[in-house]
Design a protein around this ligand. Structure first.
Ligand code: ZN
Length: 591
């Protein structure tokens, strides 16, 4: 048996579980099968004592069953979660002794684990799930202990409405037991929750079971099977499209207990999520729960901790966001830009967008994920949380990046709580009055500065992007930038160092650019002694910068020599820990 992650999105991933020559895609449902309970026709991953290619189970400490041939869940010895740690210690040794390819693991005793195990079974998963805080702590403790390359199974969980959040919590396998139990109670399960048959005068489902008039146990069960299987496929598609978090938030909207889990996760386990979360992604559909999602929080932290403003930018111009992204492609921002360009020294002006949930976005970062990817309904009303976040973010930002003056072109409802600078907005930000005020303020403020050329400012902008991307400046003095925005090419002494790619908003490096990155010791992946051509597999990685996230631009080195540049397919930590899977997709390699 072996397990490998093949696609990552937020905390979650799609994996490939090879079991008895069969390949199972995870997240997956383990379908219970017995003489009385038939699994659905589409099932290929079975939990059964009878079928020969299924995962079997061997009872418990108290009622052991005869050992089955093949892959079997070992007999379990499990104390309730609330029992004191000493008792969990007892079960730990017992479970380790009985472990094979599958091991039962207690979240309260994770010291002794059987390293050759592929699937870990979270003990008390069902009991824990009813207490969000305990459940999350348990999953995080177990996941941190077993690492990236193992599958985690939460037995007794797998209702359609829970599949998205469980996948988000790094659980790879659920089962059909709750589908059966709910069918016995006459409950039809849907992605947003369950309904008793009595409350479904019209059946809002057209699965094969619901197309029949019959409402028996077996037809409800069949419906529940279809509902869970559809949601499972929806979740896997969301992971493929880097949009699982959107799906989880929409599930949380109809289930308060899921919302609580997400809040606890975001509030207390930022690091756990952030290090798994790729730096690029799909659309970000914002709900009130998006304010603390880890990719957005990471953006805010990097703007404060890493980003350095262009040095010629002396006048801070605060602007509202636009519905259209990137901002500069919108009508409103084109109007702001015209006003800036018509002043005498436009390159000393710095456009910074004030927005929820990102906080503030310096204009050069407009293409970077998630700045170009978020959608939020704009009503002009700001919640207290949003106000506080934006104020704090702006305050931290101007403390680090000093300007000589601030022009505040935010609409009145925002300028009311962002009370800094000269306010130029009257009514709508692009009204004739507002634009005239803005132009006047700009003319006045840019006076007295040495004229900055477009070219000089362009290279500063690229440096600012690099400071955000790598956490340091890697460009030597004397670089030049050519090309049309956003696809800038960076040159030094006639050689190209890299290129800004509009679709990623980040800088992609050439080998020469990689050398500059390696010199600073940033985003390096130390590999065995070879020149990689297509992909670097995790097995060939000796060490990696722990700042590396999936999607990052990295440089592969061996003994101080640059061998390749490319894009990370997993985080630095996962590369070092793993022995399988693609670590880096190579773009250029050493000749
Ligand atoms: Zn149905």
């Amino acid at each position: 048996m072996r397990f490998e992650s093949i696609k990552r999105d937020c905390t979650s991933r799609i994996g490939k579980l090879e079991i008895k020559g069969k390949e199972i895609l995870t997240p997956s449902i383990l379908w219970y099968s017995s003489e009385r309970i038939k699994p659905p026709l589409f099932s290929s991953f079975l939990l059964s004592l009878e079928e020969s290619d299924a995962i079997s189970h061997s009872g418990s400490f108290f009622y052991p069953m005869p050992e089955k041939k093949g892959v079997s869940i070992p007999p379990s010895f499990v104390h309730p979660y609330a029992f004191p740690p000493e008792l969990h210690k007892e079960e730990e040794s017992w479970n380790r002794e009985h472990a094979g390819e599958i091991q039962i693991i207690s979240p309260k005793a994770v010291d002794e684990i059987h390293e050759d195990t592929t699937i870990y079974v979270l003990s008390n998963a069902r009991e824990l799930f009813s207490n969000p805080r305990n459940f999350i702590r348990a999953v995080v403790d177990v996941r941190n202990r077993i690492g990236y390359q193992k599958a985690l199974y939460a037995p007794g969980l797998g209702e359609p409405s829970h599949i998205a959040i469980l996948s988000y919590f790094t659980i790879d396998i659920f089962d059909s037991i709750p589908l059966i139990e709910k069918a016995r109670m006459g409950i039809y399960l849907f992605p947003e929750g369950g309904y008793s048959g009595e409350n479904l005068e019209e059946m809002p489902c057209s699965c094969p079971a619901c197309r029949e008039e019959e409402r028996s146990f077996s037809s409800i069960l069949e419906h529940n099977y279809y509902a869970a299987f559809s949601e499972l496929k929806r979740v896997r598609n969301a992971i493929r499209n880097n949009e699982l978090r959107n799906l989880v938030e929409s599930r949380a909207a109809s289930q308060p207990e899921i919302a609580s889990m997400l809040r606890i996760m975001d509030g207390e386990y930022y690091r756990f999520q952030e290090e798994r979360c790729p730096v690029s992604g799909g659309r970000v559909i914002c709900s009130p729960l998006s304010l603390k999602r880890s990719d957005i929080e990471r953006f805010r932290r990097r703007v404060i901790n890493r980003y350095v403003k262009p040095s010629s930018a002396k006048i801070l111009l605060l602007l509202p966001c636009s519905a259209k992204k990137p901002y500069s492609y919108s009508k409103s921002h084109s109007a702001f830009r015209r006003a800036i360009n018509s002043c005498k020294n436009p390159e000393v002006v710095h456009e910074v967008i004030v927005t929820s949930p990102l906080g503030i976005v310096p204009m050069e970062l407009e293409m970077i994920y998630p700045a170009a990817h978020y959608d939020i309904s704009v009503t002009g009303e700001w919640s207290l949380d949003e106000r506080e976040m934006v104020k704090k973010q702006l305050d931290l930002y101007v403390r680090k990046n000093e300007y000589d003056a601030v022009i505040n072109h935010l609409p009145e409802e925002m300028a009311e709580f962002i009370d800094i600078g000269e306010k130029t907005c009257r009514g709508h930000p692009v009204s004739a009055d507002s634009i005239e005020n803005l132009s006047k303020a700009l003319d006045e403020k840019v006076m007295g500065y040495e004229k900055i050329t477009k070219n000089a400012r362009r290279i500063e902008n690229v440096k600012s992007i690099i400071s955000y991307q790598f956490g340091g400046n890697i460009l030597p003095e004397g670089c030049r930038v050519k090309g049309k925005y956003p696809n800038y090419k960076i040159f030094y002494r006639g050689k190209q160092l890299g290129m800004m790619v509009g679709s990623r908003g980040m800088v992609s490096l050439t080998i020469e650019g990689g050398e500059m990155l390696a010199e600073k010791g940033l985003y390096c992946v130390e590999i065995e002694d070879f020149v990689p051509h297509g992909s670097i597999f995790a097995i060939g990685v000796k060490d990696a910068d722990r700042e590396i996230r999936c999607g990052d631009e990295v440089v592969a080195t061996h003994d101080g020599e640059v061998r390749a540049v490319g894009v990370a397919e997993m985080s630095g930590e996962e590369m070092v820990e793993s022995s399988r899977g693609i670590a880096v997709k190579v773009r250029h390699h050493k000749k």
